[in-house]
Write a new protein. Structure first.
Length: 317
């Protein structure tokens, strides 16, 4: 049976530009698919230095975390996936792209406890961090935060949550319940898009099966305010180069991953098989420096552009 998930992705990892492709149902789909020495004013030291220990210590116990969603109207995009799957650099790449396009990217300082000095420093230094080309520091610093995306004139479009992957899926602790703060976000009145991270050749068959089970659990918690966008990250490592081939590759690597989203509507199921979507993505290139650390080179703008379009379509739909 043909898979009919709409996908907008570049066909190659970093040098491709948008081009045309079609899924098996004949629907036309466009195939389109992080920080260096800026001088922060908040401290005599880099915000990364100020944040590294206090921010990580404040979220050691996920069951003790208290968060506040002050804005109950603006939709939330949750970057969802296991540790080291690319959530942080996806946020960095998307934020950098949106800032270049004139959007405002503003950390929500009320999200964490006001006494959390590490989170305050992280918010104050966010622009510095996403502008840096030191990828290793970005991934170690941005570990748990909420940012808001606004138009140039201040109209809110969405909120993006980046949280530790082990709070969603920990390969060594299969079946663990979501931490209380995740459950509260799930029950909030905000519309939500769960950006579920995937990547080629990830781990082994057993862990991938467990991850599929985890996503099935997530699907049961969505309600009528939640949607899922699968983000197939690191497409420079994938074999598939077209959207239809990518869907097949994902289905082969993660058997049953789309089944929880099967469209049971007796009418719309004829042209829309699943109630989810997929986008190919690449954050960029990473090179080890002789002196230590990693230099980050952002991917082609076609990738964050395709991701942003998909997110906006799901939010507005």
């Amino acid at each position: 049976m043909p898979v009919e998930i709409n996908s907008s992705t570049p066909s190659n990892a970093q040098s491709s530009s948008p081009n045309g492709d079609r899924l098996e149902n004949g629907q036309g789909i466009p195939a389109t698919g992080g920080v260096d020495n800026l001088a922060p004013s908040i401290s005599t030291h880099s915000p990364m230095e100020n944040t590294s220990s206090s921010s990580s210590n404040s979220s050691t116990d996920p069951n003790a975390i208290t968060v506040t969603i002050a804005d109950h109207d603006t939709p939330i995009v949750i970057l969802y996936g296991p540790p080291a799957c690319g959530k942080t650099m996806t946020l960095v790449r998307l934020a950098r792209y949106l800032k270049d396009k004139g959007y405002q990217i503003v950390p929500d300082k009320s999200f964490r406890d006001s006494q959390d000095g590490g989170y305050k420093n992280l918010c104050d230094g966010f622009d510095y961090i996403i502008s840096s080309n030191d990828a290793a520091k970005s991934t170690s610093i941005i570990s748990f935060m909420l940012v808001k995306v606004l138009t140039a004139n201040g109209h809110p479009l969405c909120q993006i949550l980046e949280a530790p992957g082990e709070h969603y899926f920990a390969p060594g602790n299969i079946g663990a319940p979501y931490p209380p703060y995740v459950q509260r976000i799930m029950r909030s009145n905000n519309r939500k898009v769960w950006a579920v991270m995937l990547e080629p050749n990830w781990e082994n068959d057993e862990i991938r099966r467990n991850y599929v089970d985890n996503i099935k659990k997530l699907s049961k918690s969505l309600g009528n305010k939640g949607k899922v966008l699968f983000v197939y990250n690191k497409v420079d490592l994938a074999n598939a180069e077209t959207t239809s081939d990518t869907i097949k590759e994902v289905a082969d690597l993660f058997p049953g991953i789309f089944e929880s989203f099967k469209n049971l509507n007796p009418i719309t199921r004829f042209w829309k098989t699943y109630n989810c979507d997929l986008v190919r993505f690449c954050t960029g290139g990473y090179n080890q420096k002789v002196a230590g650390g990693t230099t980050y080179t952002p991917s082609d703008d076609a990738y964050p552009e395709a991701l942003w379009k998909k997110l906006m379509k799901m939010i507005r739909g």
